[in-house]
Ligand binder design. Structure first.
Ligand SMILES: O=P(O)(O)OC[C@H]1O[C@H](O[C@H]2O[C@H](CO)[C@@H](O)[C@H](O)[C@H]2O)[C@H](O)[C@@H](O)[C@@H]1O
Length: 257
């Protein structure tokens, strides 16, 4: 069921019995003009590391970026992670690698780069098995990028389009963030904990559905009207404040934020 932003309230402060899943762009990090223009606030890795210790390791980053990309952003911190919208998975020693990119994707990437030359500001993001076409810094390119992605899709059997915030991606159709969260919840250290997921974009809705079905907490970041999330935080700064608000001592479900 879709809850209105007007009815969503701030989530409670993080509690020690949570399994916490956090989206990256637009949730932990402020959005930037291009994927490589994001900045990680200096205090954030330490906040995440402290929270992960507090949760006995049950904190994972769940992103559309690759796991390598996530690790590069937060280095030297290396957390359990789901990358490429749930295609890749890492928890402890367990790793589900991303599929190998089909040969046709290289040609499509080159064609996209040529198209980008006509629209200054367009970014073609090579994510290995996935390809992101970004128009945040080039709004007039939106229609051309969608048309390009739709035309390219039939050349990539087993692929689908992933629509996101000022981006359309060509990605393998398998998996989503919800399935990745469900998989992590079946194994330690996530098992038998209250699942909590915060995210801002369309790709996060599958994660909200899974944590809702488990009786957990779904947290929408921003003011998108149509979402299954039950709680809301205004922006990434509010998310970082929420996570930092756990403080140094033990915390329990229901504590005031
Ligand atoms: O699931 P997420 O962690 O939210 O990742 C979703 C996509 O995030 C990145 O793109 C978005 O953030 C960029 C930097 O702020 C922004 O320029 C772009 O417009 C956004 O769509 C990332 O580049 C993608 O690979 C992720 O799929």
């Amino acid at each position: 069921m879709s809850a209105s932003i007007r009815t969503r309230v701030r989530p409670p402060a993080p509690a020690d019995d949570w399994a916490l899943f956090l989206d990256v762009d637009g949730c932990l990090l402020d959005l930037a003009a291009a994927p490589d223009a994001v900045t990680v606030p200096a205090a954030l890795p330490a906040t995440l590391a402290a929270l992960a210790r507090r949760l006995q390791g049950a904190l994972a980053l769940v992103s559309g970026r690759s796991i390598a990309g996530i690790d590069a952003l937060f280095a030297p911190l290396r957390l359990p992670a789901a990358g490429l919208h749930g295609l890749e998975l890492r928890s402890g020693e367990r790793l589900r690698p991303a599929p190998v990119a089909p040969a046709a994707l290289a040609g499509i990437r080159e064609e996209a780069a040529l198209l980008a030359l006509r629209y200054p500001g367009v970014v073609v993001e090579d994510k290995g098995a996935a390809l992101g076409l970004h128009w945040r810094a080039a709004p007039p390119a939106r229609i051309a990028l969608h048309a390009f992605a739709e035309a390219a899709l039939p050349r990539l059997p087993g692929y689908r389009l992933q629509h996101g915030d000022h981006v359309v991606e060509l990605r393998p159709a398998d998996g989503d963030k919800g399935a990745a969260i469900r998989t992590l919840l079946q194994q330690p250290p996530f098992r038998d904990r209250l699942p909590v997921f915060a995210g801002d974009d369309l790709t996060d809705e599958s994660g909200f559905a899974v944590v809702n079905a488990c009786g957990g907490l779904s947290v929408l970041v921003g003011a998108r009207e149509r979402s299954a999330a039950h709680y809301a935080l205004r922006n990434p700064a509010a998310v970082r404040g929420w996570l930092g608000a756990a403080g140094p001592g033990p915390v329990h479900a229901g504590d005031a934020p």
